[in-house]
Design a protein around this ligand. Structure first.
Ligand SMILES: [Zn+2]
Length: 165
């Protein structure tokens, strides 16, 4: 993101080459707009011989289905964030099995997404937070409207992999 003024001292920012890149910086205080990506988690949650997806309540892709997850909070580990987000959006309790992939979507979407696979979820699915619906889809009955290419690819990879075993 870019700023109009310094978020610390409100002085107008200038563009200066810092660390090999032009960045917004403040000539009064030491603020530099590094614009680092924010970490997000997304989790493949197996349950009832299927996977748990949430229907998006907000833009972008409102009404489409995606993996549960969201932005990490301050002072929590990525795994804690993943477990919390899954609980907030689905009401389900999970334990993380493994990190599947850490990647960024590109297209100026300034996040890094940590994709986890959880162990089989327990509890009753109840939609909450920014999910309008939660559903457990059998592997051959996934919805066609899955938001985010990355989520779709990770789901496809997961399904291809479990068919091997
Ligand atoms: Zn400043």
């Amino acid at each position: 993101m870019s700023y109009n003024n310094c978020p610390i001292c409100t002085t107008s920012l200038v563009i200066l080459p810092i660390g090999g890149k032009n960045r917004q910086s403040c000539q009064k205080c030491d603020f530099v707009n590094w614009d680092n990506p924010k970490p997000v988690t997304a989790v493949i949650v197996p349950m009832n011989s299927g996977i748990v997806l949430v229907k998006r309540k907000y833009e972008p892709f409102i009404g489409d289905w995606c993996l549960p997850g969201g932005f990490m909070e301050a002072n929590e580990s990525p795994i804690e964030g993943a477990i919390r987000e899954v609980y907030e959006e689905t009401g389900l309790n999970i334990e993380i099995d493994q990190l599947i992939e850490a990647t960024s979507p590109g297209r100026n979407i300034n996040v890094i997404i940590l994709f986890y696979l959880s162990k089989i979820a327990t509890g009753n699915p109840i939609a909450g937070d920014d999910a309008s619906e939660v559903n457990c889809f059998k592997h051959n009955e996934l919805p066609v409207n899955i938001a985010f290419d990355l989520h779709k690819r990770l789901i496809d990879n997961y399904l291809a992999k479990i068919k091997v075993y």
